[in-house]
Design a protein around this ligand. Sequence first.
Ligand SMILES: [Zn+2]
Length: 218
Amino acid sequence: MSSQLLKAAKKLTKKGFLVGIDGNLSFRLQKNKTQDFLTLTPSGVEKAKLKKTDLIEFQQPVNTSDYPASASSETPMHLAVYQNCPQAQVVIHAHPPQVVAWSLVHLDQDFLPINYLSELILATGPVPHVPFELPGSQTLAQRISTYLPKHQCLILARHGVLVWGKSFEEALRGIDRLDYTCGVYLQAESTGRKLEPLNSIQMKELQKIRNKIGQQIL
Ligand SMILES: [Zn+2]
């Protein structure tokens, strides 16, 4: 899993989703029946340059303020996911520029609109736009918890994304989907033309398919 984390960090950096020391990645491993161990990226380093020995492993704590000081400053968000989502094996937080741009011009929206692109409905389901809280704060972790375990893809206002999954591939697909969707929306809006949503029959059909797919990111 450590090598998959390092690979994912390189991919995200190459795409421009992790600038400077931005972002953080983690995974959970169950070493025996009662103990879950988390591995997180350290704070203050470029994620693409990490080595396996730089990663920080610790036993999953009971509360979100109890973690090694060298771990990412945004660890409370990761802990909130692992505590609320038993299926989560992987968490990624990144700053995809098109998502952050979309957030800045739509601060009043509670969700990324889902009724324009069928792929978004099928691939992720509804995506909440989480109101801004200071990065790394317990308040941000608490706010995120209110959307869990229902949502795997979250947009953090003025900030970036938080995506969890059963594998790094799944979480990366979610981040790509959000960046693609926000990019398309921004371009379409920039034309000044009125955007037509899918009609209610199409929405119902797509929702049925999504329900059959179940909770996962395609
Ligand atoms: Zn961040």
